[in-house]
Design a protein around this ligand. Structure first.
Ligand SMILES: Nc1ncnc2c1ncn2[C@@H]1O[C@H](COP(=O)(O)OP(=O)(O)O)[C@@H](O)[C@H]1O
Ligand SMILES: [Mg+2]
Length: 374
């Protein structure tokens, strides 16, 4: 509200409300780059966030409060991300019009593209570019974002309940792309025209599938095939509790996709390895089919790009042993594990706070980066 802002240009805070963790990251400009000046994560009680959607506002508020106590991040203004079935991103082609005109028109156009009632949605858009058709029509590409009002209201309530001020609501996949690929214009300038990059973020409750072309996220789909499903499959087959299965999943993982060999830690009952890997392999094959469907759908929608040859993998779920190899084979693409510390540097104490959570931190960091820009 105030006309003078002391906060946004000096540091910004991103808050990533996941399914089993809420994470906070604080980023500030340092020299020519960016520095991570604070970080933290705390667990969210099971069931409070389901498939990326907050269902128990109070439980999430308490988790955020605990995070404030336990992290070294001080500051009230935060940017959050949303990623669930109630936020939809669509790339649409419309006859060219000026921005102001589009602002009015989008209300009427949107319903054709989104599966939710426009009256129940908050709409936003970004003009990606314009072009001439072979028939000489002036067209524009618009990235339309629609988010369900009640879903957003819950997120706002959870954050404000913890005494924080929401400065920005972002689509989590946009934040991811910012963290992994940077936010300048020629983000992936090394990529040829006609190629696109897939970004796959595997968390506990959801997998976020995004396609980026010429630096712009153009496609986003949320799948519930994610880390929890892998764990549940093991629990079902071996008749274990979720926590027991979780620990086995992390220890055993998948075998090497080519050789079939695995490095299983000592002390683990060897008879468990095969059933764990068999159930993981089944789930991962489903997962590959799901990603394939999403990427194929994108490819049918776009004129220029014919293949997706590079995939960046993030989220803690990406740490599943040998997963990258399976995806590489199944998706016929080069799969690399994404590093959110390319554009933002963490030093000393903050690096320790991130610790093992490097791959889980991408969304929070990208949200904070977005907060700096606004
Ligand atoms: N070493 C590991 N191997 C396999 N899966 C892992 C490993 N570490 C974390 N995971 C999985 O990652 C998921 C949690 O991802 P995370 O990004 O923390 O999600 P959230 O944002 O919901 O907290 C869980 O399903 C967990 O089992
Ligand atoms: Mg987690």
């Amino acid at each position: 509200m105030g006309s003078i802002s002391f906060s946004s240009s000096t540091a910004a805070i991103g808050l990533d409300i996941g399914t089993d963790h809420v994470r906070i990251a604080q980023v500030k400009p340092a020299g020519a780059g960016l520095e991570l000046t604070g970080y933290g994560s705390v667990e969210i009680p099971m069931g409070a966030v389901v498939e990326g959607e907050i269902v128990d506002v109070e439980a999430v508020t308490s988790a955020i409060k605990e995070l404030q106590r336990r992290s070294n991040v001080r500051g009230k203004n935060v940017a959050i991300g949303v990623a669930n079935q109630k936020v939809i991103v669509r790339l649409i082609d419309l006859p060219f019009m000026e921005r102001a005109e589009l602002e009015g028109a989008i209300q009427y156009q949107a319903q054709d593209y989104i599966p939710m009632a426009v009256e129940e949605s908050i709409l936003d858009f970004q003009i990606i570019g314009d072009y001439m058709t072979p028939g000489d029509e002036h067209m524009m590409e618009v990235l339309l974002v629609a988010a369900h009002r009640d879903m957003i209201a819950n997120a706002v309530a959870a954050v404000e309940g913890a005494g924080l001020k929401l400065t920005q609501i972002d689509v989590s996949s946009f934040a991811l792309v910012r963290a992994l690929m940077g936010s300048g214009q020629p983000v992936i300038a090394q990529d040829d025209e006609g190629s696109a990059v897939g970004v796959i973020h595997i968390s506990s409750g959801i997998t976020n599938i995004t396609v980026v072309e010429r630096g712009v996220p153009r496609f986003n789909r949320i799948s519930s095939l994610a880390g929890n499903q892998f764990t549940q499959a093991i629990a079902n087959v071996l008749n274990l509790t979720f926590d027991e299965a979780e620990s086995l999943k992390v220890q055993v993982g998948l075998p090497d996709v080519e050789s079939g060999t695995s490095d299983v830690p000592e002390g683990l009952d060897p008879s468990l390895v095969q059933p764990v890997q068999d159930s993981l392999e089944r789930e991962v094959n489903k997962f590959i089919a799901e990603v394939r469907r999403s990427l194929d759908y994108y490819l049918t929608q776009t004129a220029q790009v014919r293949t997706i040859q590079r995939i960046i993998l993030t989220g803690s779920g990406a740490q599943l042993k040998n997963l990258a190899g399976y995806l590489e084979k199944g998706l016929q693409a080069k799969v690399e594990v994404g590093d959110p510390f390319v554009f933002v540097k963490a030093t000393g104490a903050t690096q320790q706070l991130v610790g093992e959570d490097r791959s889980g931190s991408a969304v929070a960091i990208g949200l904070a980066m977005g907060g700096l820009q606004s």
